[in-house]
Design a protein. Structure first.
Length: 286
């Protein structure tokens, strides 16, 4: 019996102990075990999100539920690399925000407890907390693009929540977070171009956990998210904005030429985005 329980474990507690830089709580992080058929990779979506098929043995597994580090007491959260490096000057601001961030999370995600093992709901909540808490990091940490990645991941897990618990408006919340992601991606790239905020503090752009699509992936996603979730109120501005995206995608991926220098799924998705924007601009022009 014990052997079977051990065999069916999805996660383990890290040996390393984390100390919350805000409230000084000591805790261990839950990490996903990945072998023994736990993860059965499915298709890659246009948003570069890797879908996983349920395993007969382990059921549904959501790798993104485990990536954020959350203090179980004060609910300060970030990605692993930045958790212990929160600047001291930010500590008071994070403390002042505690009551509000806890109540904001509880409004969207029911019955979350970060002392318990992660599940789909607490995983989505953890990523929302990452979006919130990068507000407290200065520009040297590339917080804006990290908020974009975390917002997109939150949207994906909310999609999963909507499939599992339909009729509770999680689809509406998913759309909201994808629109947030669109804003953050666009803002991060604009800040980089102005020299206001670097992207150099990002080592893993993801956006998912299976592959790092790097800076080119961020450029592609910025364009895709704009097409899917961008603000369309000003038709002229919308056309100009999509025209810029189309030119960027063509330049980065060598589209319109016979270049095969960037094969693979990202190039295929970029070609599709390029064609979709072309159709959208023709429709808008009519």
């Amino acid at each position: 019996m014990h052997g079977e329980e051990r065999e069916l474990k999805l996660s383990f507690m890290s040996k390393e102990q984390y100390i919350c830089p805000v409230c000084e709580t000591a805790f261990r992080r839950e990490e996903l075990l990945s072998g023994s058929g736990r993860l059965i990779a499915g298709e890659l979506t246009d948003e570069l999100h890797r879908l996983y098929q349920p395993s007969a043995k382990y059921g549904e597994v959501y790798p993104l539920a485990y990536v954020a580090i959350v203090c179980p007491e004060c609910w300060f959260a970030s990605m692993e690399k930045d958790f212990s490096d929160l600047p001291r000057a930010a500590k008071a601001h994070v403390q002042q925000d505690q009551e509000k961030r806890v109540s904001d999370v509880q409004r969207i995600f029911p019955n979350v407890d970060f002392h318990e093992q992660r599940n789909l709901i607490s995983g989505a909540a953890s990523l929302y907390l990452v979006v919130r808490c990068y507000d407290f990091y200065p520009k040297e940490f590339s917080p804006t693009i990290k908020q974009g990645i975390a917002a997109l991941r939150t949207g994906w897990l909310l999609d999963d929540m909507n499939k599992k618990y339909p009729g509770q408006h999680f689809d509406w919340a998913a759309l909201l977070f994808k629109k947030k992601a669109q804003f953050f991606y666009s803002e991060a790239l604009q800040r980089e171009q102005r020299g206001a905020e670097t992207l150099s503090a990002v080592k893993l752009f993801g956006p998912d956990t299976d592959k790092n699509y790097a800076y080119e992936g961020a450029l592609y996603l910025s364009g895709l998210l704009k097409l899917k979730y961008g603000v369309r109120e000003d038709a002229e501005q919308w056309r100009a904005s999509l025209g810029d995206v189309k030119r960027t995608i063509a330049k980065i991926f060598g589209l319109g030429k016979s270049s095969k220098s960037k094969p693979g799924p990202l190039l295929e998705h970029a070609r599709h985005l390029y064609d979709s924007i072309g159709k959208e601009l023709n429709e808008t022009d009519e």
